[in-house]
Write a protein that binds this ligand. Sequence first.
Ligand code: SF4
Ligand code: SF4
Length: 371
Amino acid sequence: MQYAQYGKNGPMVSRLGFGVMRLIPRKKGEWGSVNFSKSVPIIRAALDRGVNFLDTHFNYHHGLSEVAIGKALKGWKGHRVYIQTKAPMYQGKSLAHYKRCLQESLEKCGVDTIDYLFSHAMAMDAHKKHNAKFLKLTDWALGKGYIRHRGFSSHDTASHIQKYIKTGYYDAMLVSLNWRTRDMADTIALAADKGMGVAVMNPVGGGMLSETTPMITRLLPGAKTSAEVGLRYVLSTPGVTLALSGMNTVEQVAENTATAGRKSWMTPKQRTRFLGKLAKLEKKAAARCTACGYCMPCPSGVAIPAIFLLMNQAKFFGQEETARNRYMSYKSQKADISAAACVRCGKCLPKCPNGVPIIECLAEAEAHFTS
Ligand code: SF4
Ligand code: SF4
């Protein structure tokens, strides 16, 4: 395992962190439950392989993620393990409520101190309304020794996240980055430059990029799986301290820890070649639809750009199964948002700056994914 300092005042953490939010449920699809007898050994397997960083949230698995951490750490005699949890400040509850939440987190995890307390899913509105409360909460918790550092996680725009970074309040942040969505790279570099630790979520796009195909492994000669490509891209991105992975099999733990333990993830030359090949594929993919969204909203609710992105994912990255599953999920929503819902009204056509023959392309997508 490789280690790096999590911000200028932070500890040395493993370059792979365990995202404790995709644990094995008691029943398939029952996110709120956790099968502890299956899940805890997977967390332990990661600790055994050198992972020393666990990321959670007060509410993951309806609060049972922190319980799983407590169980995994009970009796653990190995290296120091760092815990990062999050408070849902955007819910706008009282300071007293969040203090109670933190005390519950400490009890569930079975520790005296949480290493990092984050304001979860920070967005500009919530930041304006609730950040003063988060600072009060964390000042209190720091004073009591209940936490060591504060930070934020966010899915906000790069420009908003840069504003949060520049406040200077935070020791670390958690943002999304993967080889398909690279627009956070400059923001990550800025945070690192300001001395913050940077954790990255979704290195395989929350599972959307995990299907291994030759088109993806060819981007990085020698890589065996898409998960490896995803982690190597993130870990070679300047400013990234660690990548989080929500592992739920021991095999995933073995593969990801082996990847995080490499001496090098991508040399600068490999990275340039990787990005060059990727740009060529993306150019082909964007030749028709650039996902600008100008054609939306469709009066019939068709998710036009999302459907074309899935077609690109299938055609240019070979991820047929992942794209088909996602497409079929569009049909099983309350209102069908797949291409089948298109009534051929033509309202979207003049709005497309790229002249995409939307109606024909939607018909092509429906035939492709349902045949
Ligand atoms: S042609 Fe189809 S996709 Fe376009 S606006 Fe009409 S219903 Fe929506
Ligand atoms: S307007 Fe055209 S290019 Fe933009 S998302 Fe719609 S189909 Fe794609």
